[in-house]
Design a protein around this ligand. Sequence first.
Ligand code: COS
Length: 382
Amino acid sequence: MVDFSLTEEQTSLQEMARKFARSEMLPRAAECDKNSRFPEEVYRKAWELGLMNLNVPSDFGGSGLSLLDQVLIVEELARACAGMTTSILANCLALEPILIGASPEQKQRLLAPFCASFHLASFCLTEPAGGSDAGALTTRARRDGDAYVLDGEKCFITNAPHASLYTVFATVDPALRHRGITAFVVPRSAEGLSTGKDEDKMGHRASATSTVRFEGVRVPVDDRLGAEGDGFSIAMRTLDQTRTPIGAIALGIAQAALGYAGEYALQRHTFGKPIAEHQAIQLKIADMAQAVHASRLLVWHAAWLIDHGRKGTLESSIAKCFASDAAMRVADEAIQIFGGYGYMRDYPVEKLLRDAKLTQIYEGSNEIQRIVIAREQLKGAA
Ligand code: COS
């Protein structure tokens, strides 16, 4: 049976997220974008409403939502501000390796504090020398008695300057490539851990991004997730879960662009009538609407499959890749419909294009998504 109707609970989650996005996020979006301000007050309110830690099961005090529930929320938040949504979602990305790789004792110890009070966590995989080739990371973890000593640097880490916990991927032996990668959790207070300057980004300027440096950071064996060498699989399985919500961020951006473009086209007049009555504009609106609808179906489908026990490697990459490419096209067309006004920062659409761009790059560039899609597709063809 295929059923696209939402339950009453899902509709109310969607409405709650929409209300929060409109009342708390949208009014601050332009100012935070302009000043590259990290609106912690918004993130704290999101936590209070249960809009953070969406993937943490209720046993640990989390929202315990299905992935489909999560993407419904994420689309609504991203319609208001993709940068804030990235910061709100970063906990899900950082805590997922714990959900996947931690022991029951570690889960209780590490997850419960995030649900008891407001804290941020960061996922530390990418390094200055490379992000796409995750198997070649160089941050070292040397065993020393009952601890590991971490040395290296991570970059482009969301929320890093404000996080209290970092999930970190390091190698016990670079010669082993992906088989040497091991996952750890490291608290902010660890000696030798420091964060760099807040990056000045093109978009997503309400979220904070920086390097994280590890200089002789001692991490107890108790804070290793899984066994030595399990880290690569933990990272890949994490991304299988989190790429669909990135598709939902892109979808939210595209939905916002379509909404603004439609409203503007109905009120702006040229040649004696609203521009919405010109076919040149109607054709654009039609293509934008198709892109939004197709993105939503792919995002919902990937989420539904994962909720029903599928690994979702193929479908999450398709949803992320398609929706982010679509968001770029839709935001671009929205600017075109606004004409010169669309290029001005006084109007909301140029921000959408800047925000859309990152969705083609982070959590695996769309070139990497295409590699994953082709490999998964060809497996089935063999
Ligand atoms: N789930 C579980 N295991 C996986 C997996 C997945 N989705 N994908 C790959 N693996 C396993 C493989 O089965 C293989 O296992 P074995 O050692 O048992 O053979 C191992 O991992 C290595 O896989 P593969 O050979 O495919 O690795 P590659 O080095 O070719 O890299 C890609 C694979 C490109 C997919 C990976 O490096 C990647 O995702 N890169 C992008 C990273 C990224 O998204 N960075 C953004 C950071 S978050 S902002």
